[in-house]
Design a binder for this molecule. Structure first.
Ligand SMILES: [Zn+2]
Ligand SMILES: [Zn+2]
Length: 301
């Protein structure tokens, strides 16, 4: 089986889904943020300002910065309700309508996630490690599509950029989530151009990109590129840019690794009796930069 990200027709489009501007607590104007990402070679961007009263509930309209080779998705980082630690929830909603209504004070994070999802957005649990999010917090959000496995801003500014622990617990509970790497850039530190998604789509337009994101037809990266994944119940074959490690993880402590030098193809055979309900693949290059596949479910092989 080859995941749709690799078997579907189209191209990979590089985008950052989580960014802030002067419409909330970011340093740069929406126009300048778009310009910086476009100049860096990104194909698309979502400016996801904090959708709270303090900033007058912004859905930053970046549509006027779209051009032939660069597009934008509209979205926001939304907040309502409190986590177990008493702090406010952070959910990333990409693909919101411009007229998305603010929460009333009673709206739970779960209901807000549902409302975002029903408005057409892909909803992600943002920076779980930075938030101190627990598994029971996360289990309340039944309308999440995805978890941030890497949040570059949180990694740079607090060394809490990782989402793998929470994601893997949720996968092992049976939640069919995808994973995203993002910047969460505010341009107040070196918190940009560090984590992104590579989305397979026929065209670089907001509608097709959003559908591919919701369908899980993408992978996430800090640098390495994944060209192909071919997996069945006996083995994994992967083609990538040069990497030194290919790692496969699954339920509980399940993991397998293949190490080498500047590998562009690798094969990992599964031991007899290995029956993790899900696996995901991580590749790591010589600089320690990673790329992550979305989870692959055994019942789809
Ligand atoms: Zn946040
Ligand atoms: Zn943010």
């Amino acid at each position: 089986m080859r995941p749709n990200a690799f078997s579907n027709d189209g191209n990979f489009y590089k985008g950052n889904l989580h960014t802030h501007s002067t419409n909330s607590d970011g340093k740069l104007s929406p126009e300048l943020v778009c310009k910086k990402y476009k100049e860096k070679g990104y194909d698309f961007l979502c400016i996801s300002d904090h959708f709270v009263r303090k900033f007058d509930y912004p859905i930053t309209d970046t549509s006027k910065f779209r051009c032939n080779d660069f597009t934008t998705l509209l979205g926001a980082e939304v907040h309502s309700g409190f986590m177990e630690n008493g702090q406010s929830w952070h959910l990333l909603a990409v693909g919101l309508p411009k007229d998305f209504k603010p929460s009333n004070t009673q709206e739970s994070a779960s209901d807000l996630a549902k409302r975002c999802s029903e408005s057409g957005a892909i909803v992600s649990i943002a920076h779980p490690q930075w938030s101190g999010l627990t598994l029971s917090d996360a289990e309340q959000i039944s309308y999440a599509h995805s978890v941030e496995i890497y949040n570059h801003g949180c990694a740079v500014d607090s060394d809490r950029g990782d989402g793998a622990h929470l994601l893997d617990l949720m996968l092992s509970k049976g939640s069919k989530l995808s994973l995203i790497a993002t910047d969460d850039a505010h341009f107040r530190s070196n918190d940009y151009f560090g984590g992104w998604v590579e989305v397979k789509s026929k065209n670089n337009n907001p509608e097709e990109l959003l559908q591919s994101l919701k369908d899980g037809n993408f992978y996430s990266s800090q640098g390495p590129k994944i060209y192909d994944i071919d997996i069945n119940k006996e083995r994994l074959k992967i083609k990538s840019s040069p990497v030194n490690s290919v790692i496969l993880v699954g339920y509980g402590s399940a993991s397998l690794a293949n190490h080498g030098l500047l590998m562009t193809e690798a094969e990992i055979k599964f031991p007899k009796g290995a029956e993790s309900p899900w696996v995901r693949i991580i590749i790591i290059d010589g600089k320690g930069k990673k790329a992550w596949s979305n989870p692959i479910w055994r019942d789809e092989l």
